[in-house]
Unconditional design. Structure first.
Length: 483
């Protein structure tokens, strides 16, 4: 047998000295015997370390009398619909309900323990999920209010972002919510991802130079959009009254901390090289910033935009290469009894070749109908109001999420979803796809356009039910349900 000393020492650090000695003195024994000794030594040592101390509080002891507490002795009310069968699953409005409880129909029980009621009231479908939810669907919700804000210099604004760090399933798109005070800049920069933006309020001057040396400057207002392809340098400046906007990037790992900045080009090239590059003396650079500016106060933009219309030999960007689209001035694409839909996609805004979006307004109680998107994930942002979405994800998996103004949502391609307005005011949200036109498949329309016998046989429905399915997309259906 091989019985090396290092081998014994290696195991010996676990053993009392006596066990080590024993093992060393029996090197001529066979391997099994040696290991038996080592094992016994280890167990002995382990027993010594973990031996009962005689403390009667350690484990079972008849002297420890059980204290029975009535943990059900709590006051609570149930929300309207909470006693309905779990599969009926109405939205539970806990706003004015005392001590909301995780119960649905006959399922669930009281919660006497540690909790933050405000979170439960905001997320009733997490506290008491509908009985139709099943299994695990990846998280599809992130409130921007839970993101760590990056505050700009000199009171100029801020930004906060959602990416794969907070919704791991959101691999195809990421979002940024940014504020620019009047005159404030988002520093001259570019990035590897494409940027599509929707103005939430106020107005912004956007400026860019494209790879053909063509120039562009425009002012956009609430409800308008812009788009910058990857690598195109651009800047933004808040106009009078300031602005807040939403940026959507075609990369789920995008971060506003990872952009290429004008200030950093100058801070991170040798001054001698800068002087050679621009054919200027080094004294020209004596006051350049030492690091990023990101968001900072500036000289207010001249009211007359023509003053900033810089033109080189290549001229201004032609209209088909416009970086902006004045969507606020466009008519809604669909008006329905439950609300309206305004679609923007490359059909009308050609430069943004893979960004298609719908700005959806849903009246209280109404429903953006159950649908799915064939080829793209959906990045959603809730501009106003409150909503819930159930995501069905194949393999019987389904989960319901609650959303409020300022929340991001993410629904992977092919998964069905509806968006129900569960608040008292209009719900306004935006669905953004990576697609060359905005499209979806409506469950209602699909089944209405399928031979009724197939549908009736599959779902065990009456012919009368199947014949009432609508052959046209409804987009948004009104809230009052036929009983
Ligand atoms: Mn940008
Ligand atoms: Mn959708």
């Amino acid at each position: 047998m091989i019985c090396s000393v290092p081998h014994i020492i290696e195991l010996g650090f676990l053993l009392p000295t006596s066990a080590f000695e024993t093992a060393r003195n029996h090197c001529n024994m066979n391997r099994i015997t040696t290991f038996t000794i080592l094992l016994v030594g280890y167990i002995l040592r382990h027993d010594v370390l973990a031996a009962p101390t005689g403390d009667p509080l350690l484990g079972y002891n008849p002297s420890n009398v059980v204290i029975h507490q009535n943990t059900d002795n709590i006051n609570y009310d149930l929300a309207p619909g909470q006693t309905d069968g779990a599969n009926v699953g109405p939205y539970l409005d806990f706003d004015n309900v005392e001590n909301p409880q995780p119960m649905r129909g006959t399922k669930g029980g009281t919660d006497p323990g540690s909790r933050t009621e405000a979170i439960d009231r905001l997320n009733p479908d997490k506290l008491a999920p509908p009985g139709t939810d099943h299994g695990n669907v990846n998280n599809a919700q992130w409130p921007m209010g839970m993101s760590h804000a990056k505050l700009g210099l000199g009171g100029a604004g801020w930004s906060r972002q959602q990416n794969v760090d907070n919704i791991p399933a959101a691999t195809e798109m990421a979002g940024v919510n940014m504020r620019l005070e009047p005159g404030a800049y988002r520093e001259l920069h570019w990035h590897k991802a494409a940027e599509w933006a929707y103005v939430l309020n106020g107005s912004v001057r956007v400026e860019a130079v494209n790879e053909d040396s063509q120039t562009f400057v425009d002012d956009v207002s609430a409800g308008d959009v812009w788009y910058f392809p990857p690598g195109i340098p651009h800047s933004l400046q808040g106009l009078e009254g300031g602005a807040e906007f939403l940026l959507v990037f075609n990369d789920g790992s995008f971060s506003e901390d990872n952009t290429f900045l004008a200030s950093e080009i100058f801070a991170h090239n040798p001054l001698e090289v800068l002087s050679k590059n621009f054919q200027l003396p080094q004294s020209a650079w004596k006051n350049i910033p030492t690091g990023e500016l990101f968001i900072f106060p500036g000289t207010p933009a001249p009211e007359d935009i023509a003053e900033q219309n810089i033109v080189g030999s290549a001229g201004i960007a032609p209209i088909e290469k416009s970086f902006t689209y004045h969507l606020s001035k466009a008519k809604n694409t669909h008006e329905t009894p439950g609300g309206s839909v305004k679609i923007i996609d490359p059909t009308t805004f050609p430069l943004a070749e893979f960004f298609s979006a719908a700005i959806v307004t849903v009246k209280p109680g109404a429903l953006r109908e159950i649908h799915w998107h064939t080829s793209s994930d959906e990045w959603a942002f809730f501009i106003a109001g409150s909503a819930r979405i159930s995501i069905y994800a194949a393999q019987g998996l389904a989960r319901t999420f609650d959303y409020h103004a300022g929340d991001c949502g993410y629904i992977p391609k092919a998964m069905t979803h509806y968006v129900e307005n569960v608040g008292k005011d209009d719900l306004i949200f935006i669905e953004v796809l990576q697609a060359d036109h905005f499209s979806d498949i409506s469950v209602g329309q699909w089944l209405a356009l399928t031979p009724p016998q197939i549908v009736a046989d599959t779902l065990n429905l009456t012919n009368q039910t199947v014949s009432s399915f609508k052959k046209d997309k409804q987009f948004i259906v009104k809230g009052d349900v036929v009983q």
